[in-house]
Write a protein that binds this ligand. Structure first.
Ligand code: 5GP
Ligand code: MG
Ligand code: MG
Length: 195
């Protein structure tokens, strides 16, 4: 209880609130119910993208049937607050995907480069279908032919956000809410970030 009060007062210093813990929780439950209806009874595999989707994937999984399979892939594309446009780490990821239906889960859709690269890798590994669930999607243009997620938790303004798995230079992933990072907290040039 004490820890919780401390946490909430600190969270408000990081940036203004975009999505509260309660709002996120309700939406995650609704997404899981929809996903279950869409896939049941044929088995599917969730591929969660690390680090950003850690909390979202864990919370979705707790709302899905016990048989649901999950693996995590590590993909990195951001430097500070900018997308590099060139996701790294996918060549190291593999697994048994031949003939599998796959649901890729990510924290946020921005340029779309990450999902596009993940789709190519999963197709090369023989996945029979690839669909996407992202908690957040930024309202911005993306090239034609880039994957369009079947499930989007929230459409958000084109701002840099942190919390509920999303970081700034490794920080703020543990926030229960999602916040727009205060401009003063963004370092010039933006140092390295992961996932
Ligand atoms: P994309 O490849 O679509 O440009 O970017 C997707 C990845 O960039 C996401 O998986 C996420 O890790 C990171 N990202 C994009 N926008 C944001 C943001 O506003 N905040 C944070 N913390 N990460 C972001
Ligand atoms: Mg990141
Ligand atoms: Mg990510």
């Amino acid at each position: 209880m004490h820890r919780r009060v401390f946490k909430e007062s600190r969270e408000s210093e990081i940036g203004s609130l975009l999505l509260s813990e309660g709002v996120i929780r309700q939406r995650v439950k609704a997404l899981a119910a929809d996903i279950h209806t869409a896939y049941s009874p044929v088995p599917f595999t969730i591929v969660g993208l690390l680090n950003g989707s850690l909390l979202f994937t864990a919370d979705l999984l707790r709302e899905l049937p016990p048989e649901t399979e999950v693996v995590f892939w590590r993909v990195k594309s951001y430097r500070g607050t900018l997308s590099s446009g060139n996701p790294e780490g996918l060549e190291a990821e593999g697994g048994e995907f031949a003939g599998r239906r796959v649901l890729v889960v990510d924290d946020i859709l921005d340029s779309g480069c990450t999902l596009s690269a993940v789709e190519k890798r999963l197709r090369a590994l023989g996945a029979s279908s690839v669909e996407y669930c992202v908690l957040l999607a930024k309202q911005r243009a993306r090239p034609p032919g880039f994957p369009v997620p079947r499930w989007v938790g929230f459409e958000i303004p084109d701002r840099f956000v942190v919390g509920y798995g999303l970081d700034y230079n490794g920080r703020y992933r543990g926030l229960s809410s999602i916040r727009m990072l205060e401009e003063e907290k963004i370092l010039p040039g933006g140092a390295e970030s992961a996932g």
